[in-house]
Write a protein that binds this ligand. Sequence first.
Ligand SMILES: [Zn+2]
Length: 190
Amino acid sequence: MLPQRVPIPPSFYAEDTEAPFETCLACDRSLLEDDTQYVIEKGYHSFAAYDVQETVFGYALCLDCHTTLSQSFSSESKRRCTAYLDKHVDLPQRTAALLDRDALDPTRWTEHCIVHDTPKQELEEYQILAHCQGDDLLLTHLPLMIGGTAVDDLVQRLSNETLDELGGFRDEYFGLPPELKSNPQGPVLA
Ligand SMILES: [Zn+2]
């Protein structure tokens, strides 16, 4: 069955253009022409007292580059992350329920942490992920949101080897300031 499609919501737009991501972070391939599929990951920091959310990082990776990166993860890392997620969430069941209820409103898919069910408003840090093709967001096990605590739990399950791979990816493409470097970014979930 082909996944349902909806327009990409602004929460998944690129920060600098306030429009959908146009190129793959790693290979620079155009994402909006042809039928290239890609994954978007964005990290947010929220300042609850001010009701303000700030994008910490955001990128799109074409599926080829995404596959290359996830293949660099050690099998131990993958096994542990999958076990952690399986313990907390039944993704196929979640997708079925959301398709039933909120198929046309993808923002509803990212309102609660998939692991702890914490509402977005109560999270200081969170990441959102989406699977897209052209201008469309595909409704699969994505889009989803995961809170900072759960991201930390996942990161703790990564082997040193995988952390090095992710660190290399991050240094190559983000050049983040040192204070953010303790928090490795990269597709852990998609
Ligand atoms: Zn690419």
